[in-house]
Ligand binder design. Structure first.
Ligand code: ADP
Ligand code: MG
Length: 361
């Protein structure tokens, strides 16, 4: 097991653009940290820098307190699992898993014990004599993970390992990875662009955008207290609603939200910012709306209702045409398409963003 410490870590290829821009971050010993962000934001590059198969342009990476920038990949104690399984087709599962230890000339008893243990952790003991061609996608991915486990690394690196699997298998493998982390207790870094994977697997999630770390924290911290618009919008499905607005006063002198689209919305004091009148955005997650009476809240016309069993997703439009998405539990009387509804944020659920996209408190 090992901790990782990034101090001003940067990466650029030939041009001046930094693919990773001055990253400061710590990963604790035994922690499961998920790197998440849109395609091209630098997740794989960063993982390869940790593995030692990509140079670090600037800053310092420490593994277990030791500077690792110049350490060859083989001596970092990290094992990486890729999206493509890259198994040797002519070798059995047993031979595939034993390969790295065999190359390292470890004693046969040690190799056998390591393969046996990894196979047990992954539930693939019955498959050890098969060749990859006779395995399903999920089983192959398990062998690829097994190959990493037998090396007994200090840190596991996963680069979108489940992306090639179908949806139900992904859910199952996700649970198995979480179990494997509990069983092994090894530090794990897991890259994905899938926010559900990130939310369910990570002790902490690091959200990246164009090579910069936007925020790192527990799933709950990121969901409830995103530091900016990008993080707020990246996590949660359907995505959070943003409503351009400013704070103003109503006829009775009470403070109100005036939407750029013309509507007014009264909110409790605890939900209103105390600051000035600068143009801002109100953010309300789809599940944080509530239906309310006429004359209260925002009037919206229902465009489309998606019934998903446990929840209902309502797509509606304000009078101005601004689209809003509402998630209701299916126990709530479900509005029908083409009808009018009235919406307001649940108390304590309004989020505010300034012009630069930063969260206002
Ligand atoms: P992600 O894994 O988040 O999708 P990558 O780490 O693969 O993103 O890529 C980050 C950025 O670095 C992209 O803009 C990509 O084009 C660029 N990049 C990756 N590898 C190279 C390379 N070998 N040479 C030049 N640019 C690269
Ligand atoms: Mg990638």
């Amino acid at each position: 097991m090992a901790s990782l410490e990034f101090t001003g870590v940067s990466k650029s290829y030939d041009g001046p653009v930094r693919v990773i821009d001055k990253l400061d971050m710590n990963v604790g010993d035994g922690e499961f940290v998920v790197f998440v962000g849109p395609s091209g934001c630098g997740k794989s590059t960063l993982l390869r820098m940790i593995a030692g198969i990509e140079d670090i342009t600037g800053g310092t990476l420490r593994i277990d307190g030791q500077r690792a920038n110049e350490l060859p990949a083989a001596r970092r104690g990290v094992a990486m699992v890729f999206q493509s399984y890259a198994l040797y087709p002519h070798m059995t599962v047993q031979e595939n898993m034993a390969f790295a230890l065999k190359m390292a000339k470890r004693p046969q008893v040690e190799i056998d014990a390591a393969v046996k243990r990894a196979a047990e952790v992954l539930g693939i003991t019955a498959l050890l004599q098969r060749k990859p061609g006779a395995l399903s996608g999920g089983q192959r991915q398990r062998v690829a993970i097994g190959r990493a486990i037998v090396r007994n690394p200090k840190v596991f690196l996963f680069d979108e390992p489940l992306s090639n699997l179908d949806a139900s298998l992904r859910v199952q493998m996700r649970v198995e990875l979480a179990r494997m982390h509990q069983a092994l207790g090894t530090t794990m870094i897991y890259v994905t662009h899938d926010q559900v994977e990130a939310m369910t697997l990570g002790d902490r999630i690091a959200v990246f955008n164009e090579g910069r770390l936007e925020q790192i924290g527990t799933p709950r911290e990121l969901y409830d207290r995103p530091v900016n618009r990008f993080v707020a919008q990246f996590l949660g499905s359907p995505a959070i609603n943003f409503l351009p607005c400013q704070l103003t006063r109503g006829a009775d002198g009470g403070r109100q939200v005036a939407l750029a689209s013309g509507e007014r919305l009264a909110l409790g004091d605890s939900d209103l910012l105390t600051g000035g009148h600068a143009p801002i955005e109100l953010g309300v997650r789809a599940e944080h709306w509530q239906l309310c009476g006429e004359g209260e809240g925002l009037k919206a016309r229902v465009d489309l209702v998606e019934y998903l069993g446990d929840v209902v997703i309502v797509h509606a439009s304000l009078a101005s045409g601004h689209a809003v998405t509402v998630k209701l539990t299916s126990e709530v009387a479900c509005p029908e398409a083409s009808t009018l509804i009235h919406l307001k944020p649940q108390p304590g659920r309004a989020q505010w963003f300034d012009q630069g996209g930063r969260t206002l408190q």
